[in-house]
Design a protein around this ligand. Sequence first.
Ligand code: GUN
Ligand code: ZN
Length: 670
Amino acid sequence: MNFEIKYKDALGRIGKLKTPHGTVETPALMPVIHPGKQTIDVKKYGADMVITNAYIIYKNEELKNKAMENGIHNLINFDGPIVTDSGSFQLSVYGDIDVDNSEIIEFQENIGTDIGTSLDIPTPPYVKRERAERELQITLERAEEAINVRGNLMLNSVIQGSTFPDLRAKCAQVIGKMDFEVYPIGAVVPLLENYRYMDVLDIVMASVGNLPPSRPRHLMGAGHPMVFAFAVATGCDLYDSAAYILYAQDDRFMMPDGTYKLENLFHMPCSCEICANYTPDDLRGMKKEDRMKLIAAHNLNISFAEIRKIKQAIIDGNLLELVENRCRSHPYLLDALRGLKKYKNILEEYDPAYKKSAFFYSGPESLNRPEIYRHMKGLKKLPKKDKLVLLPAFKKPYSKNIENILLNNPEMENIHDLVGEMYKIHNLEINNPVLDESTQIAVVDYPFGIIPLEIDEVYPMAQNEAPSCLDEDSKKFIRDTINEYKDNFNEIIISERVIKKFDLDYKFKKSEESLKINLDDLNKIEYIADYQFGEGSGKALFNGKINVIKSKKTGKIRHIHDGDSLIATIRASDGIFVLSMEGARRLHNYLQYPKNRVVVNTDAEPFAKKGKSIFAKFVIDCDINIRANEEVLIVNEKDELLAFGKSLLNGREIMDFNVGQAVKTRKGGK
Ligand code: GUN
Ligand code: ZN
C-alpha cells in the first residue's frame, strides 16, 4: 500500500503518496506536460508530480523511441513522479484510437511511468443508460485485464458511469476491490466546462462513498483553482491542470474566485511575482508567446497557492469554511455547496469529532455542517429526563453566565427573573411543578440549536461564533430542531424570549411554577461523559467517592477523582474528557464490545502496553462508529484492555488502511 493519511477534515485529507520516484503530499496538483512541446518548467512553480499522455508518445515515432531508450523521466525532463494517461481522453474526443488496453499498459510500464492508466471509456454526461452500462462493462473488463498484464507498474483505474450515480457506485465497488493504487473519477470535464458542479458533486460522492478510503482519488481534468477546495472537501486528492496553459493561450488569468480576461484588466489580479512585476498594459504589449508564458506562470502560482491554503485549512480544521467562501464565487458552486446537505451522513462519518479551530457560521449553508448534525445525534445519548426547560441564550459559556447572574443577584429567586415569563406547550399537562433531577435545562441558540447547560463547554458548543443578526433559515432550523427534540419529553417549558426570537407557534399556556436552576457538578460530568462516550457512561465512570477538582484560575472543572485515583481530566480547549488508565478501565467495563474499541493483534500487544502508537496494520477489528480524534480503548483479541488513546482515523479508515498510524496512544497498561 502506497498511501497514508496525515491530517483530515470533512472528507478531505492530507496524505503521503509513495511512488518509485518519490513521495508526494496530497492534495496535489499535477500540471499536464506536453511530451513534445513543453516550454514551461513546472517544477519551479511548485509541481512535485506531473501528468503526461502515454498515447501521444506512443503515436509519435521519435518520442516513442526516445521514451523506450531513455525513459519517460528523461523524455520530459522531470525527475519526480510521473503519471501517464492512456489515450482514453483522445478516445472520448476523436471516437477512436489505434491501441489496445494491454498494449498501452505494457508501453507505460516499459517507459518507466510511475503511475499508469488503463484504457477506460469516458462516457459523456446525460447519455442513455444503456450506453453508460455497455461502456462501463468494457471499462470494468479492461480494469481486470490491466491488473493481469501489469508487472510492478502502479495503476489508475478510472470510475465511469456517466451521470448515473448508481453506475458510478457500482463501478467504484467493483474496481475498489481490485488492487489499484489510485482511483481517478473520469468523464467530468464536460460537466466542469459547463459549471455543472451539482452533477459533479453527485458523481464524486457516489464514487468516493464506495471506494476504499485507503486509496487516493484523482478528479480527472479538474484544473481550475475555483473547484479545488470543494473537491478536496468531498474526498478528491489529486488534480491535473492543462488549464494553466490553455487559459494562458486565451489570455485568461485563473483565480480561486473565478477567471479574469486580460482585455478587461486595469489591475493585476494577485500578488505573485508575475502580477507584482508586470502591468496589464505590459502584457498586452508583448509578443503572444512571451505573454502566454507569463500568464501560465501566474496560473500555476495561483493554483499551487490555493492547494497550500487548502492544506492549511485541513490542518486547522476549517476546510468547510474555506469551501463556503469559495462556493460564493459562482452560483452553481453555491448549488453544489447546498447539495452537500444530501451527504451529511458520510460527511459526518469522515469529519473529525474534535478540531482545533472554532466553528464560524458563514451563512445558512453552515447549518449543514457535520458538527451540527453530530450534535443532534449526540443529544440522543444524554440521560433521559421528564421535563425540558428551554432558556434564551446569554453570553457563552451559557451556564457560567446564568450562574453568575443568579449568584450576583441575591434578589433573584428563579429563572423568571432572568428570562422573562415561561410558557409551557399547552397540550401537555403539568404534574409536578418543581424543577428537579427529572428536568433538562437547555439554552436555545443557533447554529447548534439546543444546548443542555451541562455540555455547553464541550466542543463546539462554546467554540463557535455566529452573527447576532439572525437569518430566516436559522430560525426555521431552530424551530425544526425544537419540534423534533420536544418529543423526547413529557413537558416542555419555554421562555417567552425563545418563543419570540424564533417565531415558535405552539399553543402556549403561562407556566406559574417557580423554576430554580441548580447546576450540579456531578450531573455535569455525567452529561459530558454520556455525550462523549454514549448513554450511561457517566454513571459508569464516576461512581465511588467522587471528588471534582477545579482550576483555581478559571473555576472550570479539571480533574475527577474517585478517592485518590484520577479517573479523567477535562481538556480546557474543547471541554471533553481525556481518560486516565482507571477511567479507561471503567469505560471498558461498561461499554459492550466492540464499542469504542480498537483491537490489535498479538504482535502489537507489547507495544500498546508500553504506550507506543498503534499502526493501522496491527489492527484486526474496531468499532466502525469511531470518528477521528476521539478517545478510544485499545484491546487485544480477548478484549483485554491494553491501553487507550486518540483515534487519528475513523473506524472504516482504521480497518482499510495498512500503513500509517491509527491511534495515538496516551497510556499503556504495562
Ligand atoms: N482525462 C479526463 N477525463 C478522463 C477520463 O475519463 N479518463 C481518462 N483516462 N482520462 C481522462
Ligand atoms: Zn499573479
